[in-house]
Design a protein around this ligand. Structure first.
Ligand code: UDP
Ligand code: MG
Length: 240
């Protein structure tokens, strides 16, 4: 299938994922090939110090749909996501992690929901992470939802599908990938949730500790609350 005019873009941020990236790209390809729709796979190497980009170079000759972007240095997951979203050409854009914790075979069901929704967010049904991670993210999601008057079950799940038109006016800041559904709702887009599969990381290391994430995302939460309270909400009554 040609990728000259992709209908679906799959964006994958990757930081030091040399042990997973090949299998991840192959898995995404095998799911997307079954859909019979042109697609592209955009891996954004967020300044890896291992051979992640070397792996992508090798893969490129085998996977025509693959595109690789490499940052000069590590800039964080939101930056990698932003670059991938901006380079995407598809009408639909999916995001997923490079470590194979997300399962690309959920993407076809997400696509089916796109006639009614603008964004579909995965909710990891059975989290394959440590007890401490599961509890801390449950608390974080609870606090976040309470303070932003939201009902997003699992912001930490990277597996999401967007209509590209929603992303055009989006301005992201560091850490804001966790608030994408809220920011998009503020913009007036319809955001749905869907239960998805979650698997243990087969190889490599998580890039986050529990505590650094809690403190940073609390600061981001206050910024989002401020944005919600200062959002411009006006309706035009009449025009001449
Ligand atoms: N990641 C990234 N830049 C970073 C940290 C992480 O691009 O600075 C990527 C990472 O390679 C993975 C995804 O973001 O594809 C999620 O990271 P990780 O799996 O470590 O997070 P966890 O699943 O443990 O929450
Ligand atoms: Mg992970």
């Amino acid at each position: 299938m040609s990728n000259c005019d992709p209908r679906i873009s799959i964006v994958i941020p990757a930081y030091n994922e040399e042990e997973c990236i090949e299998e991840c790209v192959f898995e995404v390809r095998s799911v997307m090939d079954r859909l019979d729709t042109p697609y592209e796979i955009i891996v954004v190497d967020d300044g890896s110090t291992d051979s992640t980009f070397g792996e992508l170079r090798k893969l490129k000759s085998e996977v025509a749909q693959l595109r690789g972007i490499r940052f000069k240095r590590n800039c964080g997951q939101t930056a990698a996501m932003d670059a991938g979203l901006k380079h995407a050409n598809g009408d639909l854009v999916a995001t997923l992690d490079a470590d194979m914790q997300n399962d690309p075979s959920d993407i076809p069901r997400m696509i089916e929901m796109m006639d009614k929704w603008h964004v579909v967010c995965g909710v990891r049904r059975k989290r394959s992470d440590s007890w401490l991670r599961r509890v801390s993210s449950k608390i974080a999601n609870g606090v976040r939802n309470r303070l932003t008057h939201e009902e997003i079950t699992d912001v930490g799940c990277t597996l999401k599908l967007y209509r590209r038109e929603c992303l055009v006016g989006l301005k992201l800041y560091e850490g804001m990938h966790r608030f994408l559904p809220t920011l998009l709702r503020l913009d007036g887009w319809r955001v749905a949730e869907m239960p998805v599969n979650h698997r243990p990381r087969p190889r490599g290391q998580t890039k986050y500790g529990v505590w650094n994430r809690v403190f940073k995302s609390f600061r981001d939460l206050l910024a989002v609350r401020w944005m919600q309270s200062r959002w411009l909400r006006y309706e035009i009554e009449e025009e001449l």
